[in-house]
Design a protein around this ligand. Structure first.
Ligand code: ATP
Length: 368
């Protein structure tokens, strides 16, 4: 029987458990054996108890559990060839030749590197006497399929990542809560949300909550963003709005690349010579990731998990490593390397203050 393993890596996101459940059950359904690699790449490098056989009932009820129940980690050893060599050995010792990884662009980059290096890794294991030729013969090819688990929705080539809609729902719920107190006291709140290179959460939360102003990394405000923001908020106050909500992504900055921090915004809103608003900062932090997945993420994780197993079964040595995407409501397979390169190109463009390029590389249309 063919053995397929599933792993979660990088930051956790709601819906990862739904993806694991779908992979494990689909693999069993099509006559394969299912395995879980615990603690991300650490489990692959260390092997032993961290590579675990999974049965149908082992994942019962996992749809409604937050985070990832098989653990995740950042693993320094896997950046090095020596770590990947250990990983290859542990895969072969467990008879596994297919790995489905749910993680962000970093995890998926590592996965593709592992697959590309696989022939030379197993060759070296034979040369150094760690494995015999007979042991590696059935494992000439490594199959890798990516699932994107990320709350940021920062992966190019897919409309949504597993977890992003749950995080968005969490943010909206928190903003609704601060709005109640904002309106009661006629206060302003600066709400800081996650997103170092991707403003999807901030922007969507802005639309969903009717925020007064939003700052995202891809589209810095004009030179005089201070006046612009104050004017908009003053107008909203004039027409009777008692609450002010400004959403700032953690990676927001101005045209010169200077960070626009929550504290900077608070000072501006509270400035006695200006709006003079009683202003508080709420940094949402890890509550954004927290809790169980929303219905959409459970559905996405399940459909994509099933598709990932199908992609493993369809793979040929010449198929480029795929990841499972969703485009215009259809589950699709896309080349992983291109999507990772595009994702990293956005981050690079933002770092280089080439915002036009960053915007053109994003799938979402942004406009004022
Ligand atoms: P998040 O979006 O939450 O940051 P991520 O998957 O991008 O998730 P990373 O910390 O970049 O998170 O990567 C997770 C792990 O994947 C790393 O700790 C490392 O073990 C492995 N990894 C990442 N990049 C590479 C790489 N270039 N080569 C080998 N392994 C890598």
């Amino acid at each position: 029987k063919r053995r397929i393993a599933v792993m979660t890596s990088g930051g956790d996101s709601p819906g990862m458990n739904g993806a694991i459940r779908a992979v494990i059950r689909m693999a069993i359904e099509v006559g394969c054996e299912s395995y879980a690699v615990l603690e991300g790449y650490e489990g692959l490098v260390q092997g032993g108890d961290l590579i675990k056989r999974m049965d149908w009932e082992d994942v019962r009820g996992w749809q409604s559990e937050g985070g990832t129940l098989i653990g995740t980690a950042r693993c320094l050893a896997f950046y090095e060839r020596a770590g990947r060599l250990k990983g290859a050995k542990n895969m072969i010792l467990n008879g596994i030749d297919a790995l489905i990884i749910c993680g962000g662009d970093g995890s998926l980059t590592g996965a593709d590197k592992f697959r590309t290096e696989w022939p030379s890794l197993i060759g070296e294991l034979v040369k150094t006497g760690e494995l015999t030729q007979e042991q590696i013969d059935p494992f000439k090819q490594l199959n890798i399929v990516g699932l994107v688990g990320s709350i940021d929705n920062d992966m190019s080539g897919t409309d949504a990542t597993i977890g992003c809609f749950s995080a968005l729902a969490n943010i909206c719920e928190m903003i609704d809560k601060v709005e109640a107190t904002a309106a009661s006291h006629s206060r302003a709140f600066v709400v800081e949300v996650m997103g170092r290179h991707c403003g999807w959460l901030a922007l969507m939360a802005g639309v969903a909550t009717g925020a007064d102003f939003v700052f995202i990394p891809e589209k810095p405000r004009s030179e005089n963003w201070r006046d612009e923001m104050c004017k908009v908020i003053a107008r909203h106050r004039e027409i009777g709005k008692r609450k002010t909500i400004v959403i700032v992504a953690e990676g927001a900055h101005d045209m010169q690349g200077n960070k626009i921090s929550s504290e900077m915004l608070r000072e501006l809103l509270a400035d006695k010579k200006g709006l003079a608003l009683d202003t508080r900062i709420t940094v949402l932090g890890h509550v954004q990731r927290g809790g169980t997945a929303c219905a959409y993420d459970r559905y996405l994780a399940t459909l994509q998990g099933v598709e990932a197993v199908r992609a493993v079964l369809d793979a040929t040595p010449d198929t480029p490593t795929p990841f499972i995407a969703i485009n215009e409501n259809k589950i699709t397979r896309k080349p992983l390397v291109q999507a990772v390169l595009d994702t990293q190109a956005v981050a690079k463009a933002i770092e280089n203050q080439d915002f036009e390029r960053a915007m053109s590389l994003r799938d979402t249309e942004f406009s004022d």
